[in-house]
Design a binder for this molecule. Structure first.
Ligand code: 5GP
Length: 195
């Protein structure tokens, strides 16, 4: 069987990264896609593990060569999903998770209609603000920007197939896992193209 393509989005501070990593540990046959970005690495981030860190010129070349399944500008930087590894994983029967922003998620849905879009939302804007401050990585100005961005992202929520409130990480992980299992039991999925 071809693998399932799962897209997870949500405002920064909603806990996407934690949920996706926990999900990969629970479900063996799933691959977390590594995006390309023009933003500089943060402390502890490794090239090829967290992101492929590229310069603007290289990113534009990837767009021109149609190497990206989707791409978007988020804040000041460009982010995109390299198409090759995603296609190979899906064809070999592995499920793939893309942890990407709303603009990218909607591009993926346009190109791969069978992709499953999951929106991970914080319990409230107040809680999101609290988590961003707790994280301690952002200046006040940056927090204000992220909150403004989060309000825009929440507006796109209705376009997703599923919405999961990330109140407690373990519960959110169990819910996303249930979504994946249910999607893989759909008759339309089971009768889909075989590789
Ligand atoms: P960060 O710089 O904090 O790692 O990520 C910033 C935002 O970019 C997050 O919302 C993240 O989901 C999004 N993002 C990461 N990789 C991609 C990608 O390949 N494509 C798109 N469209 N967004 C991405």
């Amino acid at each position: 069987m071809r693998g399932l393509l799962v897209v997870v989005s949500g405002p920064s501070g909603a806990g996407k990264g934690t949920v996706c990593q926990a999900l990969c540990r629970r479900l063996g046959n799933i691959h977390l896609s590594v995006s390309a970005t023009t933003r500089p690495p943060r402390a502890g981030e490794e090239d090829g593990v967290h992101y492929f860190f590229v310069n603007n010129e290289k990113f534009q070349e990837m767009i021109a060569q149609d190497e990206l399944l989707e791409w978007a500008r988020v804040y000041r930087d460009y982010y995109g999903t390299p198409r090759g590894p995603v296609t190979r994983m899906l064809e070999s029967g592995r499920d793939v998770i893309l942890e990407i922003d709303v603009q990218g998620a909607l591009q993926v849905k346009g190109k791969v209609p069978e992709a499953v879009l999951v929106f991970l939302r914080p319990p409230s804007m107040e809680e999101l603000e609290r988590r961003l401050r707790l994280r301690g990585t952002d200046s006040e100005e940056r927090i204000a920007k992220r909150l403004e961005w989060a309000r825009n992202e929440l507006e796109a929520m209705a376009k997703y197939d599923y919405v999961v409130v990330n109140d407690r990480v373990e519960e959110a992980v169990v819910k996303v896992e249930a979504i994946i299992r249910a999607e893989k039991s759909r008759s339309s999925y089971l009768s889909g193209p075989r590789t």
